[in-house]
Design a protein around this ligand. Structure first.
Ligand SMILES: *Cc1c(COP(=O)(O)O)cnc(C)c1O
Length: 381
């Protein structure tokens, strides 16, 4: 089955009692048993819920994986993965991580005795040098936030396989439509389903997809034992969202490319970070690793004036200022004062994050209106 057909059909059967084509929302906490232990495979809704089961199977199919497991948020999924390890285990992560991932690693799991090393993994040679006998897992994101840098999944997985270390890829920015890390050698794919998979800015959810039966069993155990499960209503909303994932992603990519090209020639813009541009450092890798270039981009204004960047964002009429990404509506954020404000300015700039950087999640509106909005907002400077 090809991607668009899987998005609509994989793991989804009409409801056996009524023939309803949409998966019912099984809004129940428990299931009636005939006699103790004699039941239809469902006992209690933290452990199992039919709406969730259908979504988990659908997600597994989209990532070409065997097992899908959903959690109540992306960070709930990350939390479950980190609970696979024990004190003394070391995890190497790219130094360009989603802030919440960095925070749960350093502020929560470091307290429990896991150790973390943050390394620039856009050069795989840095990984080889960082591995020690205690290293148990490598965690990467690609493309990264907010500079859209690319990490070579196949090259990193060749190294982790040689050292029998697990490789986790946070595939949130690409979505399974653009990139399937398991096919490139990753062991575990993690998603903030909140973003492109849900796609309508109405649900917070996370997911893990993997092939290994034993690790899947441990993760399902953690899902039930620790309890970060999504509710059936949210599972239904995500199933509904996924039915248009391929169509939405096509338009996200098309719009983002046009917006990137528009910004690239703008006299007040100094740099555009979009993997689809020939000028982007990851362009060649993006062409082989991804099927298209995605809906996320960032750009810098000329000069070094944070107030000017803020003024542009305040002037937008179609782009909304807000955290998150991947919904049908276009959003903008100012990483220096929002997501990355806790990092000192000097260190931000060392990592290439300027005060005038604006990040866009390009939505699926009419692209002419998006470009006109950028034109009027930047034009006011
Ligand atoms: C949003 C996000 C997360 C966290 O997911 P939540 O659903 O907000 O818990 C993790 N990684 C990336 C890349 C994200 O964008």
């Amino acid at each position: 089955m090809k991607f668009g057909t899987k998005a609509i059909h994989a793991g989804i059967e009409p409801d056996p009692t009524t023939g309803a084509i949409m998966t019912p929302i099984y809004q129940t906490s428990t299931y009636v048993q005939e006699s103790p232990g004699k039941h239809k495979g469902y006992e209690y809704a933290r452990t199992q819920n039919p709406t969730r089961t259908v979504l988990q199977n659908n997600l597994a199919a989209l990532e070409n994986g065997k097992h899908g497991i959903c959690y109540s948020s992306g960070l709930g999924a990350t939390d479950a993965i980190l609970k696979l390890f024990k004190p003394g285990d070391e995890i190497i992560a790219s130094n360009d991580l989603y802030g919440g991932t960095y925070r749960i690693m350093v502020r929560v799991f470091q307290e429990f005795g896991l150790t973390f090393k943050f390394v620039g993994l856009d050069d795989p040679a840095n990984l080889e040098a960082a591995i020690t006998p205690a290293t148990k897992m490598v965690w990467i994101e690609t493309p990264t936030n907010p500079l859209l840098r690319l990490v070579d999944i196949a090259a990193i997985s060749a190294i982790t396989k040689r050292h029998t270390i697990q490789l986790v890829v946070d595939n949130t920015f690409a979505s399974p439509y653009l990139q399937n890390p398991l096919d490139l050698g990753a062991d575990i794919v993690m998603h903030s389903v909140t973003k492109y998979l849900g796609g309508h800015s109405d649900t917070v959810m996370g997911a893990i997809i993997l092939n290994d039966d034993e690790t899947a069993q441990r993760l399902a155990f953690i899902q039930n034992a620790c309890g970060a499960v999504p509710g059936p209503q949210d599972c239904f909303l995500v199933l509904r969202g996924i039915k248009t994932l391929h169509v939405r992603m096509q338009r996200h990519c098309e719009n983002a490319m046009k917006v990137a090209r528009y910004l690239q020639q703008h006299p007040k813009v100094s740099q555009v970070h979009y993997p689809g541009l020939e000028s982007h450092v990851g362009n060649e890798l993006a062409k082989t690793q991804m099927r298209d270039f995605g809906g996320m981009l960032s750009f810098e204004l000329k000069g070094d004036s944070m107030p000017e960047a803020v003024r542009v964002m305040e002037s937008f009429e179609v782009f909304s200022l807000g955290e998150s990404l991947g919904g049908v509506e276009s959003l903008c954020t100012h990483p220096a004062s929002m997501t990355h404000a806790s990092i000192p300015k000097e260190e931000r700039e060392r990592n290439g994050l300027k005060d005038t950087l604006i990040r866009l999640s390009v939505g699926i509106e009419d692209v002419d209106d998006l470009i006109q909005d950028l034109e009027q907002a930047i034009g006011r400077l």
